[in-house]
Design a protein around this ligand. Structure first.
Ligand SMILES: *[C@@H]1O[C@H](CO)[C@@H](O)[C@H](O)[C@H]1NC(C)=O
Ligand SMILES: *[C@@H]1O[C@H](CO)[C@@H](O)[C@H](O)[C@H]1NC(C)=O
Length: 315
């Protein structure tokens, strides 16, 4: 069994190396628009053009849905903070080293959701606070950088949650995610190898009149000050994780309040959802014609698009 386990990761290695060919790194902040400043921190301010998505692809915002699993339970916490108090918190601020400490800080996240009109005539941004009901699926790595299983009925609800909202905002509590490496946080027994990337929380937001929106929000946190921190150097893991040319930044961190005494951070986000436009088909999770190529393997949800992989790999 042990031999089989290591064999299958060797089988995956060519994908990992092929993905190097697809690197197109660019710093998030510059890719998203101008850099602003809140309490001395650099944040990305969205450009007015985010009203008009540059592409209809679900992956237009540079996120990955590789570790997405449907039917996560409806709950208010994503990772139960108490469950991870003894788990190492492993993050990387550059590609070749992950540092470890514990416990990971607790995050209290609140997001305001804006409905953005895709109006060709508009010269300025036409976003209004959302009034329609919407569903948010949130998933992330545990603090040690591993994802809970993709198998049905295994680790259900572990660092995954579905949140329903009648409009305007949603909120949840969780622990800070860890960084994943070349195995995308899905390695056997939580193993992963460099190059690493910044830790992220993934959001998939659906609402009747809006485009299905996938977002990866990087949340690298300075261990001592709990300040927001930026990943140095490009992310070398491949196209799926590298935020290439993101023209229309779909979120903004509007507030970042570190509370070092209680080891927690209060985070507020603005999320911009483009209205659905009758000319553009809604993006789907599985888009590749040939599954299993690096370009789709690291982007598209394995549990949805290539479930046969789950019979072969213990993901
Ligand atoms: C953390 O942020 C605060 C407020 O912006 C700032 O005063 C402080 O110097 C920062 N600490 C570090 C270690 O960067
Ligand atoms: C949404 O509104 C309905 C009816 O007003 C209410 O019963 C329900 O609890 C609300 N749900 C949320 C998540 O606010």
């Amino acid at each position: 069994m042990i031999v089989l386990t290591s064999c299958k990761w060797i089988l995956l290695a060519p994908f990992a190396f092929l993905s190097f060919l697809l690197i197109g790194a660019e710093e998030t902040c510059e890719a998203g628009g101008v850099c602003g400043s809140i309490e001395g921190q650099r944040i990305c301010e969205t450009r007015v053009s985010h009203c008009r998505p540059s592409s209809s692809s679900l992956y237009r915002n540079g996120g990955t849905a590789q570790a997405y699993k449907t039917d996560s339970p409806e709950k208010e916490n994503v990772c139960e903070p108490a469950k991870y108090s003894a788990t190492s918190y492993k993050t990387a601020s550059w590609a070749f080293r992950r540092t470890s400490s514990k416990p990971a800080p607790t995050l209290k996240v609140k997001a305001h959701v804006w409905s953005c009109q895709d109006d060709i005539e508009a010269s300025n941004c036409c976003c209004e606070l959302m009034e329609d009901p919407f569903k948010v699926e949130v998933w992330q790595t545990r603090p040690d950088g591993s994802y809970a299983s993709l198998q049905k009925r295994k680790d259900d609800g572990d660092c995954r949650a579905t949140i329903l909202s009648n409009g305007t905002f949603f909120g949840f509590e969780t622990v800070a995610p860890g960084s994943t490496g070349i195995l995308g946080g899905l390695g056997p027994s939580g193993r992963d190898y460099m190059p690493y990337g910044p830790p992220v929380i993934h959001f998939l937001i659906s609402s009747d009149n809006h485009r299905l929106t996938l977002l990866d929000v990087p949340l690298l946190i300075d261990r001592h000050s709990l300040n927001y921190s930026y990943f140095n150097w490009p992310d070398l893991r491949g196209s799926a994780w590298v935020r290439g040319k993101v023209i229309d930044e779909a979120y903004q961190i509007s507030e970042w309040k570190p509370e070092t005494k209680s080891n927690q951070v209060i985070v507020e986000l603005n999320i911009f959802l483009p209205k659905r436009d009758s000319f553009v088909e809604d993006a789907s999770l599985c888009q590749a014609d040939i599954t299993g190529l690096p370009i789709s393997f690291f982007l598209e949800p394995i549990a949805e698009c290539t479930p046969s992989v789950l019979d072969f790999f213990e993901l």
